[in-house]
Design a protein around this ligand. Structure first.
Ligand SMILES: Cc1ncc(C[n+]2csc(CCOP(=O)(O)OP(=O)(O)O)c2C)c(N)n1
Length: 272
């Protein structure tokens, strides 16, 4: 088990290694999506989030919603490494009867909500942030989204209300890898200028390198934000990050690595 406040780069490497094994075992899709978001999850679970693995339903815990629920393997891996459930369970990813389903399931310890139908995470996070404020708790809500979800009307409805309500305990992080399932974002539905759009909805919006652990930690530390606004971090990432033949390649949204590709990929993510 990897403790919080340890080396988050070690945690990110562990997430990537487990994701590769899990996706290979299950012949599953979405390996590129998991590798893209691994550093964001490592920094969040490696020190930012106030959670108690031995008491997953602790009322004052921070809430994390992985809205891009097709990257379930990455979330399960980080939860296992933080001790929410035994790591051995990762070997049963997508097996019949396994709680570790291919899209995020709330049957798993540490998971707040089931996700996978894209575009709903921000609305759920908004409700949790409102509830925390009404209850007077210090809980913060972090919603990890994809760029594809910024195409969805439900996302902008939540954005509008969160800005109106001034939910400074709500943070959205966009895994902005510029690729969706069947094409590049700029070709499918261009989002730019994206920061300006969120600012116009009364959010504090910043952009940063979503693979830079120090930058991520620095951006996530001052939450709840001052100024009575929700925060969005546009995290520039590379789909398939860490594996040379998967990086920024559309086909690794759906493809699963062969045994030979798995070995090469593991060697790459574990090289110093
Ligand atoms: C509402 C909805 N429509 C379609 C899908 C099918 N689907 C799965 S992943 C995906 C898009 C992947 O691109 P993106 O959302 O940008 O995530 P990435 O994997 O690049 O992080 C789609 C359309 C879905 N899961 N939910």
């Amino acid at each position: 088990m990897i403790s919080p406040d340890g080396d988050t780069t070690v945690l990110a490497r562990a997430i990537r290694s487990d994701v590769l094994r899990m996706v290979h075992h299950a012949h599953a899709s979405h390996v590129g999506s998991c590798l893209s978001v691994a550093d964001i999850l490592a920094v969040l679970y490696g020190g930012v989030l106030r959670v108690r693995p031995d008491e997953p339903n602790w009322p004052d815990r921070d809430r994390l919603i992985l809205s891009k629920g097709h990257a379930a393997a990455a979330l399960y891996a980080v939860l296992a490494h933080r001790g929410f459930f035994p790591r051995e369970l990762l070997a049963r990813f997508c097996d019949n009867g396994s709680p570790l389903t291919g899209h995020v399931s709330h049957a798993v310890a540490g998971v707040e909500v089931s996700t996978g139908s894209l575009g709903h995470g921000l609305s759920m996070g908004l409700g949790m942030a409102l509830a925390a404020r009404m209850d007077g708790t210090q809980a913060r809500v972090f919603v990890v989204m994809s760029d594809g979800e910024c195409d969805e009307g439900s996302t902008w409805e939540a954005a509008l209300y969160a800005g109106h309500a001034g939910l400074h305990n709500l943070v959205a992080l966009v895994d902005y890898n510029k690729i969706q399932s069947f094409g590049r974002v700029r070709d499918v539905l261009d989002l730019e200028p994206l920061l300006d759009k969120w600012r116009a909805f009364n959010w504090t919006a910043e952009e940063l390198d979503g693979h830079d652990h120090r930058g991520l930690a620095a951006a996530l530390t001052p939450i709840p934000a001052t100024g009575g606004r929700p925060t969005i971090l546009m995290c520039h990432t590379v789909k398939g990050k860490g594996v040379s033949f998967m990086e920024d390649r559309l086909e690794w949204h759906y493809r699963s690595p062969t045994a030979e590709q798995l070995e090469q990929a593991l060697a790459e993510v574990n090289s110093p």
